[in-house]
Design a protein around this ligand. Structure first.
Ligand SMILES: O=C(O)[C@H](O)COP(=O)(O)O
Length: 207
């Protein structure tokens, strides 16, 4: 029986994570720490004995660089990889490039938390998590999931909010449940799926 393996990993720390800036579709690369985190993610996956058949990532540098570093650790450079903006970070609209603490001072803690973590309130000019889900989920269902169900061991390197959108579906989380869900940079989550695409097991490689 095939193992229906799906691994999700958020990119390592980016230059704008370090500067505490809203990033969204802006395209900073990884920091030195981000490179270490991505390399460590690859080591952890290798230690689990995992091998992949296919990978998916966004069109943004920080996710692609993370994937390259992971594949390097796994001795799997050259793995067939699809890059699609469906997996991009949520578009932060007018907040992109602003400092998150400055935004809290300007609009208040509560409003900024609503923009960052609520399900359906978009930041000005940007995407809500619901909007992000509306483009990430069809891609998952049409492009990623059929392969997983057919036994293609699949690695997805993407972003905090595009992955939160997929996790909401995989883990059947409510809009309230997803509000509290944070994804650390460079921490792989290993899912094994049932034939009906529900989650059979989950292992978070934090720590
Ligand atoms: O795009 C960004 O700014 C971050 O990578 C994710 O932001 P968040 O933690 O505000 O969701």
């Amino acid at each position: 029986m095939s193992e229906r393996l799906l691994v999700l990993v958020r990119h390592g720390q980016s230059e704008w994570n370090l500067k505490n800036l809203f990033t969204g579709w802006k395209d900073p690369d990884l920091t030195e720490l981000g490179v270490k985190e991505a390399t460590e993610a690859g080591r952890k996956l290798k230690a689990q004995g995992l091998v992949f058949d296919v990978a998916y990532t966004s069109v943004l540098t920080r996710a692609q660089h993370t994937l390259d570093l992971i594949l390097g650790e796994l001795d799997q450079k050259g793995l067939p990889t699809s890059k699609d903006l469906a997996l991009n970070e949520r578009d932060y609209g007018d907040l992109s490039g602003l400092n998150k603490d400055d935004a809290r001072k300007k609009w208040g803690e509560d409003q900024v938390l609503i923009w960052r973590r609520s399900y359906d309130v978009p930041p000005p000019g940007g995407e809500s998590l619901k909007d992000t889900l509306a483009r990430a989920l069809p891609y998952y269902v049409q492009e990623i999931l059929p392969g997983v169900l057919n036994g293609k061991r699949t690695l997805v390197a993407a972003h905090g909010n595009s992955l939160r959108a997929l996790i909401m579906v995989l883990e059947k989380l409510s809009p309230e449940g997803i509000l509290k869900r944070e994804l650390a940079t460079g921490v792989p989550i290993i899912y094994r799926l049932n034939a009906d695409s529900t989650v059979a097991s989950k292992l978070d490689l934090a720590g």
